[in-house]
Design a binder for this molecule. Structure first.
Ligand SMILES: NC(=O)C1=CN([C@@H]2O[C@H](COP(=O)(O)OP(=O)(O)OC[C@H]3O[C@@H](n4cnc5c(N)ncnc54)[C@H](OP(=O)(O)O)[C@@H]3O)[C@@H](O)[C@H]2O)C=CC1
Ligand SMILES: O=C(O)[C@H](O)COP(=O)(O)O
Length: 499
């Protein structure tokens, strides 16, 4: 049942073929007269079209954002939170049409699509509450805590907004990884310009409309569409931008080199390692390798991307994983398949390249390699060696390499030799060993006895090395979208309270 672009969302399409972009509180067609096709990964046919916005339209959006932010900064915290709660409720109320967009644009399984929207509403509400708390207090410092000073100065320090935040989320969570930036930016008193991924842009436009329906001030939130390769640099290098929050691949590394003197929040690629010790619960390991490595067809930055398993238990675990992989449902996202088509043909081709390289170099194929269009059947590659590309590169697909190790040190070495440092996980019944290994792994997060995951969304989430800059997670995102202001009261003479 076609839900996208109808009912409450009809004005985004406005009876046309091309979804409009959002600026100054209204839906607009771009003056470029051009549009960007969004190809359905399952049918490989154009599903939707969005505006190819112009640089002039970006300039106007930035000007409006700057003006709107000044008024928004004078909006009481409770009022900001109230509007965010309203947007969250509207988002959850309309989860069906937004989930339909996720199914059609990024082939997200229907149930996962619904849960992404609900999770996003919960994230917005949690952010509203957290923001009221942490932004509702500051610090008072007295001068005499520093040697040689009397108590004749009071310093009041508080967190104030940065200005205009540019948010750029990736295709695989175009709603959740957008609101994970939008919520913190708004509660902190900033305005927000969103450039959604092309694949996922219509889901993002529907999400933006929920903020529109909630009644946010005109110009405070904008959403410009267009290929990142065409409009991206103009956005990230725009003088009107005071902060960039980006989630995606190594594009983020290039952006960090081009951006001006602005705070950057970068959540980039990952090669999350799963280290399995001999005393691990092998059924737990197998379940987490399958869930961690193959959910959403491996298209998660926190997916398990390499298994480093002690030789003595490798056969047993590989057998258990293969048995579970055989039971996964492979097909279209509408049928709630476990494995659905990857997002683009170029992504499928990249994955195939890694598989063929592994084949040439002698990896053991636990399943026949099978691909139909963008649909790739789950594939476990055993006896992978470090000279194979898949030992190091991020397939972002349902293909998982297993490297057999003979010592924990070997596993830690491989994990730390990666350019990535997002998450990792270790399976063992010995908590002391787990802590030692966690401390040794150069990653932002280590999961003990579970697969890597960003959620729940209030946990700090950060990438080291090429996996990112700064930290996400609701509290850390709110804080990084503020700066500190100090106001010092100077007394004519020292004054001490007598107690
Ligand atoms: N660390 C994390 O939390 C996450 C990391 N990722 C990583 O992202 C990658 C897959 O996501 P994907 O969307 O393909 O990543 P990309 O880096 O290709 O794109 C991310 C976003 O950047 C935009 N973009 C592209 N080029 C530019 C540019 N020059 N300037 C500004 N923005 C630009 C894209 O727009 P457009 O779509 O129009 O090109 C998209 O909105 C994987 O490497 C994955 O590991 C994904 C999710 C979460
Ligand atoms: O980047 C991703 O792919 C998401 O951040 C993963 O989120 P999740 O681990 O909660 O699915």
């Amino acid at each position: 049942m076609a839900l996208a672009g109808t009912g409450a969302f009809a004005e985004i399409l406005d009876g046309g073929e091309v979804y409009k972009y959002y600026a100054d509180g209204e839906w607009r067609a771009s003056g470029s007269g051009k549009s960007v096709p969004i190809v359905n990964p399952t049918t490989r046919k154009t599903q939707y079209r969005v505006q190819a916005c112009t640089q002039e339209e970006v300039n106007k959006v930035m000007e409006a954002a700057k003006v709107a932010q000044k008024a928004w900064a004078r909006t009481p915290l409770w009022k900001r939170a109230e509007l965010l709660h309203k947007a969250a409720a509207i988002l959850k109320e309309h989860k069906a049409p937004i989930a339909e967009c996720l199914v059609k644009e990024i082939a997200k399984p229907a149930k996962d699509a619904i849960s992404e929207v609900v999770r996003s509403g919960d994230l917005i509400s949690y952010t509203a509450e957290e923001g009221v708390r942490i932004l509702g207090e500051g610090k008072l410092l007295v001068s005499d805590s520093f040697p040689g000073n009397e108590r004749n100065k009071y310093c009041l320090s508080s967190k104030i907004p940065l200005g205009v935040v540019l948010a750029i989320p990736p295709f695989n969570y175009p709603v959740n990884l957008a609101v994970s930036k939008i919520g913190p930016a708004l509660i902190a008193g900033n305005s927000l310009v969103l450039k959604p991924p092309t694949q996922g842009a219509v889901a993002a436009l529907h999400m933006v409309h929920c903020f529109h329906l909630a009644g946010f001030p005109k110009g405070l939130i904008s959403c410009v569409t267009g290929k990142g390769s065409e409009i991206g640099d103009f956005l990230t290098m725009h003088p009107g931008v005071n902060c960039i929050s980006f989630t995606g691949g190594d594009t983020g590394i290039a952006i960090s080199k081009k951006a001006g003197m602005v705070p950057l929040q970068m959540e980039l690629g990952g090669k999350d390692a799963c280290i399995v010790l001999e005393d691990a619960d092998l059924d737990l390991v197998a379940a987490n390798i399958v869930k961690g490595g193959f959910s959403y067809s491996g298209q998660r930055c926190t997916a398990v991307k390499v298994v480093l398993i002690m030789e003595s238990i490798a056969d047993a675990v590989v057998e258990k994983v293969n048995a579970k992989l055989a039971k996964l449902k492979v097909g279209p996202p509408e049928d709630d398949s476990d494995i659905t088509p990857v997002v683009t043909e170029s992504s499928a081709n990249f994955i195939e390249g890694l598989v063929m390289d592994a084949k040439e170099k002698g990896a053991t194929f636990c399943q026949e390699y099978r691909r139909e269009g963008n649909l790739i059947w789950p594939l476990l590659l055993d006896h992978v060696r470090p000279d194979m590309r898949i030992a190091w590169e991020e397939p972002f697909g349902p293909v998982l390499p297993v490297i057999r190790i003979n010592s924990v040190e070997e596993g830690i070495h491989h994990c730390n030799a990666s350019n990535f440092g997002l998450q990792g996980c270790v399976f063992t019944r010995d908590i002391n060993k787990a802590i030692l290994i966690s401390d040794a792994m150069e990653t932002g997060t280590v999961q003990i006895n579970s697969a890597p995951a960003r959620g729940p969304d209030h946990f700090p989430f950060q990438g080291l090395k090429d996996s990112g800059i700064g930290s996400q997670g609701i509290t850390n995102s709110i804080n990084m979208m503020t700066k500190v202001k100090s106001t010092v009261i100077n007394l004519p003479s020292p004054s001490y309270t007598m107690g």
